[in-house]
Structure formats: structure tokens, C-alpha cells
Design a protein around this ligand. Structure first.
Ligand SMILES: Nc1ncnc2c1ncn2[C@@H]1O[C@H](COP(=O)(O)OP(=O)(O)OP(=O)(O)O)[C@@H](O)[C@H]1O
Length: 333
């Protein structure tokens, strides 16, 4: 090969930059809410609790999702971070372009007041007891430039939308649990937030009342366009959204996507499919029920097919005895 040929093989600066860009960090997730590799470590009495251990989540604008998971899996910690009440230890947490890791105190206060809304499980925690329903809804608007008549009109409109306009002049202790939560949803939407977070909003309610509250959340999502992230233990509630995200041990593990499918006879039916979450590096966790059944440990063999990837247990490797003769297979323990 001549010196000239070798020269022509050396890539130019543009080509090197292009290659570097292609191999650098994978593309960031897109969405109104984006968490990547999110970590929250609590330190209490010298003990470290890793509440979130590299959680990934992306929620698109206008979506309504349910977050489920066992007690202690990190659901409330996630909501606390996304609503600006708590600060993550590491990773990425962005909501509507706000970086929740680097946000300063003052900006955080503004964020909590106008960018997001929050509904707690405890009905009494959402409303001030000495204000009427309408006054509760008007209160957050005092942080904005909306005048008194504008505030009153917006409160009336929200209470009407959520089916509790008849409660406008009543105090919280004169409302049922379901009415209180619907007024709380109105309060959380007062300043036209981009995202509404609700932590077990139906946790203290019976089934019929929970349905009403959940219908109010759906109405807020549909009619006000607010993106909704709701944490729930209630399987019936989580089945009413298009996407349910399950958190296990501080990470997103699986997602159930629901959609209406039409068969060849034009009959519509709701289908639900469960997916394992893959992070942007291509990592995913195989369910232990699968790996145990097929005795998959340490290594697996992958094969790329036209439309899927096959995963097989690795064959047992014969163990080499000291004399150099092959002996019993090593079961890769
Ligand atoms: N302030 C805190 N200090 C120390 N550890 C905490 C704190 N808050 C939460 N934890 C721990 O972090 C882990 C996740 O808690 P988190 O409240 O987020 O779970 P959860 O899924 O919301 O549970 P639940 O469904 O019971 O409300 C748990 O082990 C919990 O004990």
C-alpha cells in the first residue's frame, strides 16, 4: 500500500467528529417528564436507603399514566422529586424543561406554584379548613397576576368541570371525601400547571367514590390538557389509563400499554400488553420467573432475528481437570 493510499484512509476531522457524535452518549429520552438514571439516597442515623436506584421514565405531553409498585418501591419518592418537594441525589429529572437537579430554591418555589400541581392521598392535607371550596381554588392564583374577578371565574369554571360547583361555598368539613378530592384537583389545576401529580388520590375512598375522583382526573387530563402522573395501589384505577409503569426496587421494571384494537369484523376490544423497560444503553432486566425456569445464570446467548432478539441459556462449559482431561460440565454457578 502506497503512502498516498494510507493517507486517503485516514479520516478527516469532520468524519472523526461525526463518528464521535454517533458513538457518544445515546440520544436522550424525549418527553414533558424525563427521568434518566435517577437516584435518591436517604441518610438516616448513619444508614443509607437507596429509594431510587437508577430509574428511567419518560412521559409525553398530554399523557395520563399510573405508577404502581409494592410498598417501599420508591413511588412517593419519585413524585416528591418530580413535584419539586425533594431533590434527587444524582441522575436526570426534567419536567417541562426545568432541571430538578440544579434548580435553585427560589426557582423551585415558583416551579411548585405554577408549573406543577399536586394532590395528596389525605383529603385533609389538600385543602385549608377555614376557606370555602371556591376560596381554596382561588388561593394559589394569588401568586399570579390574575385579578380577583378572574380568580373567581376560573375557580367557578374548574369546580364546574370537575362536577363540584354546587360545593363552592362549603367548607372542607362540609364535603364528602370524594368531593374534597375533586375540589383538590381543581386547586391543583388553578394555575394551569403543565403536569399534575397525584399520590394515591383515591386511597382513602370506597370504590364508587374512587371512580368519581378518577373520572375527575381524566377530565382534567382531557379537557384542560394537563399531563397526569398518578401513583396508585388500586388495580382498577390503574387499568383506566393507557400506560401503567411498575416500579420495583427503585427502578422502572415493566410497563403495561393498553389500546383499543379493532378485529377483522370491526369489533373493538381493549388489549393490554406488558413490556419490560429497556434503558437508553439497551439494558433490561429479564424476569426471574423466566430466567429461573430456563436455568439462565451469568451468561445468555443472544441472536438477532428479523423482528426480535432470541435469548438462550448458555450451554454448560466442561470443567478442565488438573490432568488436562475434560471432565464434568461446569454448570456456570
Ligand atoms: N425521608 C426518608 N428517610 C429515610 N428513608 C426514606 C424516607 N422516605 C422514604 N424512605 C425509604 O425509601 C424507600 C422508598 O419509599 P417510598 O415512600 O418512596 O415508597 P412507596 O413506594 O411510595 O411506598 P408506599 O406505597 O408504602 O407509600 C423505602 O425504603 C422508605 O423506607
Amino acid at each position: 500500500m502506497s503512502a498516498h493510499d494510507r493517507q486517503s484512509e485516514v479520516p478527516g476531522l469532520d468524519e472523526l467528529q461525526r463518528r464521535a457524535a454517533a458513538t457518544s452518549a445515546p440520544r436522550r429520552e424525549e418527553g414533558l417528564v424525563v427521568c434518566e438514571n435517577l437516584v435518591r439516597i436517604y441518610q438516616t442515623g448513619g444508614v443509607e436507603v437507596q429509594a431510587l436506584q437508577g430509574l428511567d421514565l419518560a412521559v409525553s405531553e398530554g399523557e395520563m399514566i399510573a405508577v404502581i409498585g409494592a410498598s417501599g418501591s420508591g413511588k412517593s419518592t419519585l413524585l416528591g422529586i418530580l413535584s419539586g418537594q425533594d431533590v434527587p441525589t444524582a441522575g436526570t429529572a426534567e419536567v417541562a424543561g426545568h432541571d430538578l437537579l440544579t434548580m435553585k430554591r427560589r426557582a423551585r418555589l415558583g416551579y411548585r406554584r405554577t408549573a406543577v400541581g399536586f394532590v395528596w392521598q389525605q383529603t385533609a392535607r389538600n385543602l385549608l379548613p377555614y376557606l370555602s371550596a371556591a376560596e381554596n381554588v382561588m388561593l394559589p392564583m394569588t401568586y399570579t397576576k390574575v385579578g380577583r374577578s378572574g380568580r373567581r371565574a376560573r375557580a367557578e369554571e374548574l369546580l364546574d368541570l370537575l362536577g363540584v360547583v354546587h360545593c363552592r361555598d362549603r367548607y372542607p368539613d362540609e364535603l364528602s371525601g370524594g368531593e374534597q378530592q375533586r375540589v383538590a384537583i381543581a386547586v391543583a389545576n388553578a394555575n394551569e400547571p403543565r403536569v399534575l401529580f397525584a399520590d394515591e388520590p383515591t386511597g382513602e375512598l370506597d370504590t364508587a367514590t374512587s371512580d368519581e375522583v378518577f373520572a375527575a382526573l381524566r377530565r382534567a387530563n382531557k379537557d384542560l390538557g394537563v399531563t397526569v402522573v398518578v401513583v396508585t395501589h388500586d388495580a382498577l384505577v390503574s387499568e383506566q389509563v393507557q400506560r401503567t409503569v411498575r416500579i420495583r426496587n427503585g427502578r422502572t421494571s415493566t410497563e403495561v400499554l393498553r389500546r383499543v384494537a379493532t378485529d377483522e369484523h370491526g369489533v373493538e376490544a381493549l388489549s393490554a400488553e406488558e413490556y419490560t423497560v429497556m434503558d437508553r444503553h439497551g439494558r433490561l432486566q429479564l424476569p426471574s420467573e423466566f430466567t429461573e425456569r430456563l436455568h439462565m445464570r451469568k451468561r445468555v446467548r443472544l441472536a438477532l432475528e428479523d423482528d426480535h432478539i432470541g435469548v438462550w441459556p448458555a450451554p454448560a462449559v466442561p470443567r478442565q481437570d488438573p490432568e488436562g482431561e475434560s471432565g464434568t460440565p461446569d454448570p456456570l454457578t
